[in-house]
Write a new protein. Structure first.
Length: 365
């Protein structure tokens, strides 16, 4: 039986695809997760994992020597671990903590496979690309962002290394029966910010929702940033008779609650893939300070397929969400087109089909 190590950590954007890949592989291979302390909080206790404390150092020029020292220590630890634990394949899903283990795997001549969920290749994966056998990607146009204003892309991945895969979703999504058309009687709005939540959403969108409720019957389900108290935040919604469900981050939240007409969201690759699979048209407001502007390009992929709307946080003004919702409710054609395009994008995708493709790939490699 092949032994596989999946390297992941940092934010949920790296860890969630790793957990879903683990579920695909665990019954056919001997699989372990390698993560850092930050990533470990997303991983259930019953999953076989190795936790290395790879120190995260902010991207500051003057801290670069400190970063090198921490990386060297982590590299030595990785070499020691790999000298006693041989793996047939090392999989990196990006993140700074993947550097040391993948470089160690290269020294021990282990096969290296990269996975890139985003439409802009992450900095770790970009560096490690030269050592890898393949890179598994969601977006066939995945590329490098080279423009200073982060508005253009340049393809850098050799064609022979690209393997396009379906987004790695939790198995629970494939058991959900998707809802159909936009209802007039009660508009169900989801506001979700991914594993990092969104301070901007918590600050700015409450008034938008209250304004929408003055014209339409709505129900809002909203993820709040950790610093916000749910009961205090709820008071204004209750005061305006808005039915609401407020929560802090929950992994696979959309598996539990998924009957929404429209979503307002950040643009992490996993969140967008989940909304797309559920056929929920969404308004993406990408986090403008994401590395290499990758959230914008994640959303742009769906916009190019006419599946979503994109708003620029830096140009956002009060009333933007209200105007969009009002336009959709007056003329539903635009909404229906996007919903139908999401359906086409995910036709005939089942856990079994995707699982067989993944198992076949790793058996052959």
């Amino acid at each position: 039986m092949k032994k596989i190590l999946i390297s992941t950590g940092g934010s949920g954007g790296h860890v969630i695809p790793a957990l879903n890949l683990y579920d695909h592989l665990k019954n056919k291979f001997e699989v372990k997760l390698y993560t850092d302390v930050r990533g470990a909080k997303y991983i259930p206790k019953n999953i076989n994992k190795i936790i290395f404390d790879v120190k995260h150092v902010p991207e500051k020029f003057y801290l670069f020597p400190v970063k090198l020292i921490f990386m060297f220590i982590a590299f030595v630890k990785s070499l020691i671990h790999l000298s006693f634990n041989k793996f047939d394949i090392i999989i990196s899903i990006g993140g700074y903590m993947s550097f040391p283990i993948v470089l160690g795997a290269k020294i021990f001549n282990m096969k290296i496979i990269l996975i890139e969920p985003n439409s802009i290749i992450g900095r770790s994966n970009k560096f490690l690309l030269k050592f890898s056998r393949n890179i598994l990607i969601y977006d066939k146009n995945v590329s490098n962002n080279t423009d200073k204003n982060m508005n253009s892309r340049k393809k850098i991945i050799p064609a022979h290394k690209n393997i396009i895969i379906d987004p790695l979703l939790n198995k629970c999504f494939y058991l959900i029966k998707n809802s159909d058309e936009l209802k007039n009687e009660n508009l169900k709005i989801l506001i979700i910010g991914g594993s990092q939540a969104s301070l901007f959403f918590s600050k700015k969108l409450k008034n938008e929702i209250i304004d929408i409720s003055s014209k339409y019957n709505i129900e809002v389900t909203q993820q709040l940033s950790q610093g916000y108290d749910i009961e205090n935040y709820r008071k204004e919604y209750d005061k305006n008779n808005i039915k609401n469900n407020l929560f802090h981050f929950e992994n696979n939240f959309l598996c539990k609650k998924n009957k929404f007409d429209i979503a307002i969201t950040r643009a992490g690759a996993s969140t967008l893939a989940e909304l797309a699979y559920l056929h929920i048209p969404f308004v993406a407001i990408p986090f403008p300070y994401a590395t290499d502007n990758h959230q914008f390009w994640n959303a742009k992929r769906y916009q190019d397929l006419n599946c979503c709307w994109i708003m620029d946080e830096k140009k956002f003004i009060s009333g933007d969400i209200y105007k969009l919702i009002d336009r959709i409710m007056i003329n539903k054609d635009e909404y229906i087109i996007k919903k139908n395009n999401l359906k086409k994008l995910n036709e005939n995708k089942t856990w079994e089909n995707i699982n067989n493709k993944i198992i076949d790939y790793f058996n052959d490699n």
